[in-house]
Design a binder for this molecule. Structure first.
Ligand SMILES: [Zn+2]
Length: 80
């Protein structure tokens, strides 16, 4: 499997987060449990996805909240 760039992972992560939050909120407000559960599942999945994939492609360390152009650990450029 081809590795995704950290920027792409961050973008997908935000999209999944937004979708999960929206589904969860709609499910909670309309009391449709299935939607709420789906939303929560997406939120949890997003965290797992982020931890698994939001990593430096050079040293492999988790980038956490780092949004810079360079890896804070090895100093390599992340934008590729
Ligand atoms: Zn690195």
């Amino acid at each position: 499997m081809k590795k995704m760039s950290p920027k792409r992972v961050h973008l997908y992560s935000l999209l999944i987060l937004a979708a999960g939050a929206a589904l969860g909120a709609i499910g909670a407000l309309s009391e449709i449990k299935l939607l709420a559960i789906l939303g929560i599942t997406l939120l949890i999945g997003d965290i797992v996805f982020r931890i698994a994939c939001y990593r430096c492609s050079y040293c492999g360390r988790y980038l956490d909240r780092s949004r810079g152009e360079y890896c804070p650990y090895c100093g390599k450029e992340l934008n590729y």
